[in-house]
Design a protein around this ligand. Structure first.
Ligand code: C5P
Length: 201
């Protein structure tokens, strides 16, 4: 059985939390596709050519330390504007999406480009202030030296770049179900996602 759930949305909207919870609930595999771009971005910061890095990316690269920093996030969104980088990452994502037993992929273009025929498409969003506050709490909890203002600026800069780029811009698929998590608890957001998937099964 294959069953693909595509979860897209802007930075820090709650996609990761919802995706992990939904995957655990249904027993599906989960791929955080942002990690692919973060791994390529980190290699670029280390001096590599982003297109070669994307073409030779190894799944083990997704476990590298330091992929969650704001610097790597910015580098990820820069390499993500490059169509050749995106093209190099398509096959891996599509094969993950069709693995037996079901798969959840979260990112920016899963419902629009990678899996346009996904069984369920969710677009998870929240206000920029809310998203920056969550990301700030998450990074501070990890002991990173950040301020709310710089995190908000980072989130807004990435949103702008992700939404306005020519290659696979961040837009909801026409048939995506919108979940705004601004005023939802984690449990309520997960329950909303689970309900949509239950309906489609
Ligand atoms: O989701 P995350 O914040 O880890 O993604 C980092 C960056 O990778 C995003 O800002 C975006 O530019 C890029 N990305 C993308 N397409 C995806 C996933 C992430 O362009 N499917």
């Amino acid at each position: 059985m294959t069953f693909t759930v595509a979860i897209d949305g802007p930075a820090a909207a709650g996609k990761g939390t919802i995706s992990k919870a939904v995957a655990a609930h249904f027993g599906f595999a989960h791929l955080d596709t942002g990690l692919l771009y973060r791994a390529v971005g980190a290699k670029m910061l280390g001096g590599a050519d982003p297109v070669s890095a994307a073409r030779t990316l190894d799944p083990a690269d997704l476990d590298a330390d330091g992929l969650r920093t704001p610097e790597v996030a910015q580098a990820a969104s820069q390499v993500a504007t490059n169509q050749a980088v995106r093209d190099a990452l398509v096959a891996f994502q599509r094969s993950f999406a069709t693995r037996p037993g079901g798969a959840v992929l979260d990112g920016r273009d899963i419902g629009t480009v990678i899996c346009p025929t996904a069984h369920v498409k969710l677009f998870v969003t929240a206000s920029p202030g809310c998203r920056a506050k969550r990301r700030f709490d998450e990074l501070s909890d990890k002991g990173m030296d950040v301020t709310y203002e710089t995190v908000l600026a980072d989130v807004k800069a990435r949103d702008e770049r992700d939404r306005t780029r020519a290659a696979a811009p961040l837009v909801p698929a026409e048939d995506a179900v919108l979940i705004d998590t601004s005023d939802l608890s984690i449990d309520a957001a997960v329950a909303a996602a689970v309900a949509v998937i239950e309906d489609a099964r």
